[in-house]
Ligand binder design. Structure first.
Ligand code: NAG
Ligand code: NAG
Length: 370
């Protein structure tokens, strides 16, 4: 149990020591807004490095194209989606909340609370042992706000958080690592796919309301990607390279319901706090027509083994493609940095088919006027 999430006392000590060295804390850089990230492996910047779990990306070849060329805990060959959003908003990457370097001024950049393997439901990802489930991520966000308050005061902290940009990515693991994990699962016995989807949406709504209560006012909410098309699913469920049917049905049910839920939530709040990011539509473009985006394939992962390089995990002994820029998928589940760039470009400038009710460049233009 020694490697479990750092107890607050450890944080506090590190924090106090850091304060002695920093002395005074400079005000937040003009312009860049804080960025907060919640969710699963698609957006984890390395929290799981500090946990006792099998869901980790802290050994080679992960990070092979990252500036340091070393693994960081990101499930990518290089940058992941949060890094690329940070770049778009003119900020440095957020640090993982469990990273001991997240102290002093760095706290004003924001924080990444995401943890690979988690889902909307508390029972998702139990096979990964010790991961930071979403309600715990929200508790850590509260802890973060207490730490920042000690630095810049309660009012300024509230302002920082209210003006921050938030990204939350949940749902994929509730299907692939829970409902569909094995041919027979407890959840499958309990619910039909539409019923299970309804449960996920109901629970996601509660999570989003909790985020709002904690001060979030601009939140990008992503649903699932094209679950049946990832190399891992092709490897176990596809006979002819066609995307696997059931997980695709799941994504097709989940994403429209997510948009509806966000519409009703915004209506209730009287403001466009939540913005739906349709990750299925975004990825379908390059999955259906990889060549048009400069990929040689959208079916075979760059790093892995077995059919489609989709079996098991990406490790030092896996097959590894020499040029990561021509693959849509880095490992059996996660896009390459180049695919992430396409996704983030669509988040920035996509039409309401991809970003509902608006894209990030519109959000940034609106928020800069207030
Ligand atoms: C998940 O756990 C949190 C507490 O950690 C609890 O508040 C929440 O209701 C649980 N969700 C479900 C669906 O049981
Ligand atoms: C963003 O979304 C708006 C509204 O849907 C659209 O008019 C605009 O062309 C999109 N792109 C940019 C760069 O704002």
């Amino acid at each position: 149990m020694a490697r479990l999430a750092s107890p607050p006392s450890v944080f506090f000590t590190i924090f106090a020591v850091a304060m002695v060295f920093i002395g005074t804390v400079a005000p937040q850089a003009e312009g860049a807004r804080a960025f907060y990230v919640f969710g699963d492996s698609l957006v984890d910047n390395g929290n799981n490095n500090y946990l006792f779990t099998s869901a980790r990306a802290d050994s080679p070849p992960y990070g092979i194209d990252y500036p340091s060329h070393r693994p960081t805990g990101r499930f990518s060959n290089g940058y992941n989606i949060p890094d690329l959003i940070s770049q778009q908003i003119g900020a440095e990457s957020t640090l993982a909340y469990l990273n001991p370097q997240l102290t002093g001024q760095k706290l004003l950049v924001g924080a990444n609370f995401a943890s690979a393997g988690i889902g909307i439901l508390n029972d998702t990802g139990i096979q990964f042992a010790n991961i930071i489930r979403i309600y715990r991520q929200l508790e850590l966000f509260q802890e973060y706000q207490r730490r920042v308050s000690a630095l810049i005061g309660i009012e300024q902290t509230k302002r920082l958080v209210n003006k921050g940009l938030v990204l939350i990515t949940l749902g994929g693991n509730d299907y692939v690592n829970n409902y569909f994990l094995t041919p027979i699962t407890a959840r499958r016995l309990q619910y039909s796919l539409p019923e299970f989807t309804r449960l996920l949406i109901t629970e996601y709504r509660k999570i989003l309301m909790r985020l709002y209560d904690l001060g979030a006012r601009r939140v990008l909410v992503t649903g699932t990607g094209p679950l049946g098309c990832v190399p891992a699913e092709l490897a176990v469920r596809s006979t002819n390279g066609q995307c696997a049917e059931e997980p695709q049905q799941a994504a097709a049910l989940f994403n429209p319901r997510l948009v509806q839920m966000i519409q009703s939530l915004n209506q209730e709040l009287g403001s466009d706090v939540f913005v739906a990011v349709n990750a299925v539509e975004m990825q379908n473009n390059f999955i259906d027509n990889p060549q048009a985006f400069g990929f040689v394939t959208s079916k075979v992962a760059c790093c892995g083994q077995g059919p489609y390089n989709g079996v098991g995990t990406c490790t030092a002994v896996s097959n590894l493609c020499p040029n990561r820029d021509i693959y849509a998928f880095w490992d059996p589940f996660h896009p390459t940095e180049r695919a992430n760039k396409i996704i983030v470009q669509t988040i920035m400038t996509g039409s309401d088919k991809y970003m509902y009710p608006m894209n990030l460049s519109t959000i940034m233009a609106m928020d800069s006027q207030t």
